[in-house]
Write a protein of this length. Structure first.
Length: 203
């Protein structure tokens, strides 16, 4: 997992509340074996018509927001089923930060394990960022995980809370596997002693 410290990047505004995981990554794409490639299907049903044509006024199809790494949305982002694929799709598309007034608990956990920083701001603060991103060309934010702040060049500044352990993992780039591998030498020692004990009992 890529470590996260400070990011300055363009913002994509998705002015909708209660965005559920079935919209983030529809169920028909959950059968894929790979953990990559899900970015192509992010918000699939919103990005195209039933005939497969791009919905031109959808934010991710708007060339003004091409390359955005920060997504700002409405409250209760990531509600619905607990599929980790939703976090995979956001990360694979290129988003490193999602800002919203609130997040679903399971999605919050899945996102952190996949290197996505979730920033919970007040509704007024999130609404301000949505409007800025819609009205100011190439609008950018700077998100500092170490300082737990969100700022822009227009004078906006807000602070956010984050669990200390989650913050540590994101700063160090540690997912569940990475956390386990920190103890690789102890695990190797245990395995060696276990194998020796089994061999002695078998004699």
């Amino acid at each position: 997992m890529e470590a996260f410290h400070t990011l300055t990047a363009q913002v994509a505004p998705l002015d909708r509340a209660n965005i559920d995981t079935d919209q983030i990554i529809p169920k028909q794409f959950l059968k894929r074996v790979e953990r990559t490639g899900y970015g192509d299907f992010l918000f699939f049903d919103w990005r195209q018509t039933a005939e497969g044509k791009p919905v031109l006024n959808f934010v991710l199809n708007d060339p003004r927001y091409k390359g955005a790494k920060i997504l700002v949305a409405g409250k209760n982002f990531g509600c619905g089923s607990s599929r980790e694929h939703a976090a995979w799709a956001l990360a694979d598309f290129g988003f490193r930060v999602v800002i919203a007034p609130s997040f679903a608990d399971i999605f919050f956990s899945n996102a952190g394990k996949n290197g996505i920083v979730l920033v919970q701001l007040t509704e007024a603060e999130a609404d301000k960022l949505l409007k800025n991103a819609q009205q100011i060309p190439h609008y950018q934010l700077t998100v500092s995980l170490a300082e737990q702040t969100v700022t822009d060049s227009q004078g906006f500044k807000a602070s956010f809370e984050i669990d200390p352990f989650r913050k540590y993992c994101l700063l160090e780039g540690l997912d569940d596997i990475g956390l386990t591998l920190r103890h690789a030498s102890e695990l190797d020692k245990f395995e060696a002693e276990h194998e020796k004990a089994v061999w002695l009992r078998a004699k």
